[in-house]
Design a protein around this ligand. Structure first.
Ligand code: PLP
Length: 414
């Protein structure tokens, strides 16, 4: 039996659904199967490479003390990914790293097994690499990362976007030299179209989601994401008690959960996933006790989270180490974007895009609700870690939702 709370709009509080994952436990072992997906060595490899890239620096971790006082928890730390490699989201870490690894595998396949990854990154095999095409489906940020990686490492790139990806996100991807193809249907349809077209053209798919028969590349993507978790954990003064983290296919949440479990073992923080209510595949999957797809338009403002199917690899981690999933409406995300832009006195203004704040929205909903707060052990001693996974990756949309453009907010930071 799953434990579930479902709240419709009541008074001023926000509606939400919370499903406890009865299979998960902080005491669950980190299994050999999970360690084959994400482990210390693969993280170290990703870390060693990404930290050599031009422009690498750890993103800031903001202490939102005034906000934590307001909602009655001990602290809220916000890992701000809005400036990551100038791409505006944490996704810069995953897709580009997976492109480098894929090109390396191809170069080794055609040349010698001894060729180091750094040779590919330093463009010593352009004769081979320039004839390779990578592709992927995206709702924006992953495609931007793959296109940036392809441009940086010298291969060709085709990106598939679905019907509702905004024109400005399309142009941002094109600015990294990729060809962009718009497909009918939702994100999951564009994943399938990328796969079919790649097979017809001998292109290589660099997807952030995994499915039976396609596991290697998404593993690399998740290994890149672990660097964000590592930086945040190093920046914190004390370990968090809770991580609230937004989910699309769940690759990022799985990477964060994996890093937390490997670092803190049975003392790892509680991990609460946050889905948009229109594409709540993690809520539905935890309820069902197995991956369960949400179909239809998945129409949410939180474009990066508009995924109807969980990643198979992420499931294998989060089934044991994801404690609960919540769904929140678009209206709550807009409210959080505005709160971060216009903070309580003493907190700094933060530019957070639509897909960056579902975790914060879930936290707000949970602390306001006695039953939810109790089941998640949220109280005045809780130390919360949030991942603000994007900035104004669609700046026009950002300005229209927040009522002021992101530059103005950035200028307010002293
Ligand atoms: C800004 C942002 N946050 C979170 C996510 C969710 O990541 P995942 O699909 O790995 O769950 C995405 C995915 O595109 C994203 O763009």
């Amino acid at each position: 039996m799953t434990y579930e709370i479902h709240r419709r709009e009541e008074g001023t509080s926000s509606p939400f659904t919370l499903v406890v994952n009865s299979a998960a436990s902080r005491k669950a072992t980190w299994s050999a199967d999970q360690n084959a997906i994400l482990n210390d060595q693969s993280f170290q490899n990703a870390c060693d490479l990404i930290r050599t890239w031009d422009g690498y620096e750890p993103t800031p971790l903001h202490d939102l003390q005034a906000l934590s006082n307001q909602i009655g928890v001990d602290s809220i730390a916000y890992k701000d990914e809005s400036q990551r490699f100038g791409l505006g989201s944490f996704k810069a870490l995953g897709g580009a790293y997976a492109v480098a690894r894929l090109l390396h595998a191809k170069v080794k396949g055609l040349g010698s097994q001894d060729i180091p990854l750094s040779n590919v990154v330093n463009r010593l095999h352009d004769d081979i690499v320039q004839n390779i095409t990578v592709c992927c489906a995206t709702d924006g940020n992953h495609g931007r990362s793959v296109a940036w990686g392809a441009q940086t490492f010298g291969c060709k790139c085709v990106i598939f976007i679905h019907e509702t990806v905004s024109e400005s996100r399309k142009q941002a991807i094109e600015s990294y030299g990729a060809k962009v193809i718009r497909c009918n249907g939702n994100y999951d349809d564009s994943v399938r179209e990328a796969q079919t077209t790649a097979a017809q053209n001998n292109w290589f798919v660099v997807s952030d989601t995994s499915y039976p028969g396609y596991m290697d590349v998404p593993k690399d993507v998740m290994q890149g994401y672990e660097l964000m978790a590592f930086e945040a954990f190093e920046q914190l003064e004390k370990p968090p008690t809770h991580i609230f983290i937004q989910t699309g296919v769940g690759g990022m949440a799985a990477a964060v959960a994996a890093h937390a479990k490997r670092r803190w073992g049975n003392n790892r923080p509680r991990i609460i996933l946050a889905d948009p209510d229109k594409s709540a595949c993690w809520v539905d999957s935890f309820r069902a006790g197995k991956p369960k797809a949400v179909s239809g338009e998945l129409h949410t403002l939180m474009a990066g989270l508009a995924c109807g199917e969980v990643s198979a690899l992420a499931w294998r981690i989060l089934v044991d180490h994801g404690d609960a999933a919540m769904s929140v409406p678009d209206s709550a995300a807009i409210d959080m974007m505005r709160r971060l832009a216009n903070p309580e006195p003493d907190d700094m203004p933060i530019v957070a895009g639509e897909s960056a704040v579902a975790g914060l929205a879930a936290l707000f909903a949970a602390v306001e609700d006695k039953e939810a707060a109790e089941i998640l052990s949220l109280n005045k001693d809780s130390r919360i870690l949030l991942f603000g996974t994007e900035g104004d990756t669609d700046s026009e949309l950002y300005a229209s939702l927040v009522g002021v453009n992101a530059e103005t907010i950035r200028r307010r930071v002293v």
